[in-house]
Design a binder for this molecule. Structure first.
Ligand code: GLC
Length: 406
């Protein structure tokens, strides 16, 4: 057990309350008041997981607020501007939509709903959320898996939640192996260009975009598998057996496709292009499949001993870095190019617990708590010194409350 103490619990509650916003009958949490003053999709799913530990009613509100903005197509935008654009450091972006973005983020909704229900059983809440989840998953398969290969694609790095990760450099037509400073401006320009093309295409994935940036990302699809299973469990709870079986079958198809197309030895690689070229860059994403139990115990053991425990790759004092230390693109201060993020620590922690790697899981939980004690609730942390970077009063540190081993 890695329970957080009273002092840390109070800090988590304080930051969650400080960042809570209300709009009419809805309430949600902004990730950081100055840097990220809107509602974000996967952030809200993390918030619900955090809040489920001490305020499940607020967790439900957070998810209902997301559901409110679902498009007719089933798409759920990754940003919601409840009060319009506010004057902060967050750049103005022409999404082409009113009050929302036009991108998605990893589909964590079903998982967050299920976790909330588990601590505060509420069938009305499940009945309200299940159709939303189902429409979202249908949208993903309809729009983002046009060849019915059972792998869902993202059309921009931002949709992975890891905006500047080197996993996407090649897909952005940028030289591989660059550090953040070398890559930052071109990276932003290319991402905005993709947005412009998407907007001009009326938000339809046309052939050109399919060829240019059609990444099948490992964490995204891993998260999808676990969320399809959560959808199945929710349906089961509501006595909808056929619905549950269909969601479960979908999860199995994605799982099989991931193993067939992405797996090489013990590593699943994200792919780019229509022929699924492997993007062999070691980021935290190589551990993501553990979250959904996609590897055999032997594959997982090799992955952990050869990469997670290796000090030249991921075993830093404040593990785990988002990019392996021995990658040329590793940059301890580069956005998603090296620093530790609490969400990725949380995913890996849960994966390790799932496979019984309790010692490694405990190291991640402890590393995460040490980062909060040393540097407070920041967006990201230097993996070697623990120095905090990026946004302040950032909510994701609250995930330590869920890094428990049970
Ligand atoms: C950054 C992150 C993204 C997150 C957002 C709000 O854009 O890359 O994952 O959702 O900030 O916290």
């Amino acid at each position: 057990m890695n329970k957080v103490g009273d002092k840390l619990l109070k800090q988590i509650i304080d930051v969650m309350h400080k960042n809570r916003r209300t709009s009419g009958r809805f309430s949600y949490t902004v990730p950081s008041p100055e840097s990220y003053p809107y509602q974000w999709f996967w952030d809200s799913c993390f918030h619900a997981i955090i809040l489920s530990h001490f305020e499940p009613a607020a967790a439900k509100n957070e998810l209902r607020a997301l559901a409110h903005w679902q498009f007719k197509s089933g798409m759920m935008p990754h940003m919601i501007y409840w009060r319009g654009v506010t004057k902060t450091s967050f750049p103005k972006i022409r999404w082409g939509k009113r009050r929302t973005s036009s991108f998605i983020q990893p589909p964590m909704l079903a998982y967050a709903v299920l976790r909330t229900h588990q601590v505060d059983p509420d069938t009305d809440f499940l009945k309200h959320m299940l159709p939303v989840i189902h429409r979202l998953h249908n949208f993903l398969f309809r729009q983002r898996d046009p060849r019915h290969h059972h792998l869902v694609g993202i059309i921009n790095p931002d949709e992975s939640g890891e905006d500047n990760s080197p996993r996407f450099d090649t897909a952005l037509h940028l030289p591989a192996k660059q550090k953040y400073v070398q890559n930052q401006d071109d990276n932003y320009r290319q991402r905005m260009l993709l947005l412009e093309q998407f907007r001009r295409a009326g938000f339809l994935i046309k052939g050109g975009m399919d060829r240019q940036h059609w990444v099948r990302d490992v964490p995204f699809n891993t998260i999808l598998v676990e969320n399809l299973r959560a959808e199945a469990q929710i349906a089961q709870t509501l006595g909808l057996d056929d619905h549950a079986a269909a969601a479960q079958a979908r999860a199995e198809r994605v799982e099989r496709a991931m193993r067939e197309i992405m797996l090489e030895g013990e590593i699943m690689w994200s792919t780019v292009g229509l022929n699924y070229r492997h993007i062999r860059i070691k980021t935290w994403a190589i551990f993501a499949p553990l979250f959904a139990g996609l590897l055999t115990p032997n594959e997982a053991a090799t992955l952990v001993s050869e990469h997670l425990r290796d000090e030249s790759e991921f075993a830093t004092p404040y593990r785990i870095p988002t990019v392996a230390l021995d990658e040329p693109s590793f940059d301890p201060a580069g956005f998603w190019r090296g620093p530790v993020w609490m969400s990725t620590n949380w995913f890996v922690h849960r994966g390790l617990v799932r496979y019984g790697f309790h010692e490694e899981a405990a190291l991640i939980a402890k590393g995460s708590r040490d980062l909060l004690a040393k540097s407070g609730f920041r967006e990201q942390y230097h993996p070697l010194t623990g120095e905090g970077m990026g946004a302040q009063d950032f909510t994701w540190g609250g995930l330590v409350i869920d890094m428990v081993d049970k």
